[in-house]
Write a protein that binds this ligand. Structure first.
Ligand SMILES: [Zn+2]
Length: 167
């Protein structure tokens, strides 16, 4: 169990396409899951971290909307998400996002509002789940990390939709 250092923009490792996880029984994989949860829990109000943010280019992320500063009415709590895919989605909404890998900025990003997603849990068991609103946004943000994308790539205008973060 360990809190891992977070890579920050423009580290090129944040731009890699992550490989699917195949061996769930591997102790190093299970250790990485625990470390990723510790890393999320260590950062105030942090609701998600993806493995590429700690330099591990595998399709693994953790989210926990219970950790949000604002109370989120509907969510699934702590989820370990491996090899995720969006099966269906509808609606679009714009909201402000931040990222541990871009500590200086927040930005307005358009995301799907309702999603049906499929992924494997930390033991390789397939899960299918409906997600909405904030939780759907968090998952889309973290899934972007698995494709080497950052939220700054998704803002409509870097001039009008990026904001310096006030500490
Ligand atoms: Zn992020």
């Amino acid at each position: 169990m360990a809190v891992l250092p977070i890579l920050t923009y423009p580290d090129p490792r944040l731009r890699l396409e992550a490989a699917p996880v195949a061996d769930f029984a591997e102790p190093s994989f299970q250790g990485l899951v625990d470390d990723l949860i510790d890393t999320m829990n260590h950062a105030p109000w942090c609701v998600g971290v993806a493995a590429p943010q700690v330099g591990e280019s595998v399709q693994l992320l953790v989210i926990d909307c219970d950790r949000s500063r604002k109370k989120i009415p509907l969510h699934h709590g702590l989820l370990v998400v491996v090899n995720p895919a969006i099966l269906a989605w509808q609606g679009m909404a714009i909201a402000r996002e931040g990222c541990l890998s871009l500590p200086q900025y927040t930005g307005n990003v358009a995301r799907a509002v309702d999603m049906n997603v499929q992924f494997q849990d930390r033991h390789g068991v397939t899960q299918t789940m409906d997600m909405a609103d904030f939780e759907a946004r968090v998952l889309q943000h973290e899934m972007d990390h698995l494709e080497g994308k950052l939220f700054v790539d998704r803002v409509v205008s870097r001039r009008s939709d990026l904001f310096p973060r006030r500490h």
